[in-house]
Design a binder for this molecule. Structure first.
Ligand code: MN
Length: 334
């Protein structure tokens, strides 16, 4: 699990601990991610939608853990050209390489520790596929895709693309040095992440060594979710166990507290966890496949616009490549 790693966390700046008389957010429920196969056949673990009500995850709609898997040569797969409208996709790669192209001219390679932030807004076509060298050689692959919803007023904002290099992540540690906090977007304990977001959120990937503990201030207005990528966590003051592919929904309070169990499963020595939350949008949600709108009529418009080429066209240079197969299933959300 390379992502971005640090030899000695003690050289990192320390997160501010919680202030006095703050209340730790309690665990209100835990859910198991559902295992699914998406796009051209990649394996995903999806805690939501499905696991929790969309209004609980608000302002997020979908979280996919892609892998971890070990691909043989010529085995890696991706999601060929498909549309999106009404939200933002945030793809964070821990292992492997994804090549990305979109109908707006954006694109590039998302490598280990990198994040690609694509605001679909009014509509865009894109593909997300392994790079040629990764396809040829295979190797470990592990990424996360998060969907951040947009409020009605921003559903039709122009598409925007941000490439966040691994070196831009804001790194910090806990007072005892047992945590490596990679802040992708938003504020956390006095630090700011590089992602520019339409909807205010906090999003971080945290590695905790076995037995270590992290408690960070969390905006009272924000939702709070903790997802375990691997290892065993202990959540909240109640030390609720949370294992790989499980999500915890936290209730009201001022801080988020995550511990790593002293004994980790298998031969793991760390807990790998995502902390995420944001300002709830609190609007009706209408979802179909790759579209996320407020009403069913807007979904029908989106399908019609896509079918008539009004969400952009596949760049001509890509029509000659071998990744032009459009998504076979229009309901596929990838
Ligand atoms: Mn996509």
């Amino acid at each position: 699990m390379p992502a971005i790693t640090v030899e000695d966390t003690l050289v990192l700046p320390r997160l501010a601990g919680p202030a006095a008389d703050t209340r730790t957010r309690p665990v209100t429920r835990t859910v198991d991610a559902r295992h699914a196969v998406e796009g051209a056949g990649f394996e995903v673990w999806r805690p939501f939608p499905g696991g929790v009500d969309p209004h609980v995850a608000d302002p997020f709609f979908l979280l996919d853990q892609l892998g971890p898997v070990e691909y043989a040569p010529n085995e890696p797969v991706g999601a060929p050209w498909h549309p999106h409208r009404g939200f933002e996709t945030v793809t964070y790669v821990m292992d492997g390489e994804i090549a990305h192209h979109d109908s707006n001219g954006g694109g590039g390679v998302i490598g280990e520790g990198d994040t690609q932030w694509m605001t679909a807004g009014a509509g865009i076509l894109h593909d997300e596929v392994p790079t040629q060298s990764f396809l040829r050689n295979g190797g470990p692959s592990h990424a996360v895709q998060l969907w951040v919803n947009l409020p009605a007023a921003l559903k039709f904002t122009p598409p925007r693309y941000q490439a966040i290099d691994s070196s831009q992540l804001t790194l910090s540690t806990s007072p005892d040095g047992g945590a490596l906090v990679r802040l992708i977007a938003g504020d956390l304990g006095g630090f700011a992440g590089p992602g520019v977001t339409h909807t205010p959120i906090t999003y971080a990937h945290v590695t905790l060594v076995a037995g270590a503990e992290l408690e960070v201030p969390w905006d009272r207005r924000y939702s709070a979710l903790v997802y375990v990528l691997s290892g065993r966590g202990l959540l909240g003051d109640e030390r609720r166990p949370l294992d790989g592919h499980q999500l915890a929904v936290l209730g009201d309070g001022d801080t988020v507290r995550v511990g790593a169990a002293a004994t980790q499963p298998g031969d793991a020595t760390t807990l790998e966890v995502l902390l995420l939350g944001g300002l709830p949008i609190r609007e009706p949600i209408a979802h179909y496949g790759p579209f996320l709108m407020n009403t069913r009529a807007e979904i029908l418009d989106a399908i019609d616009d896509f079918n008539h080429g009004r969400m952009g066209t596949v760049p001509a240079v890509d029509l000659a490549a071998d990744r032009t197969t459009p998504s076979q299933d229009p309901a596929s959300p990838t």
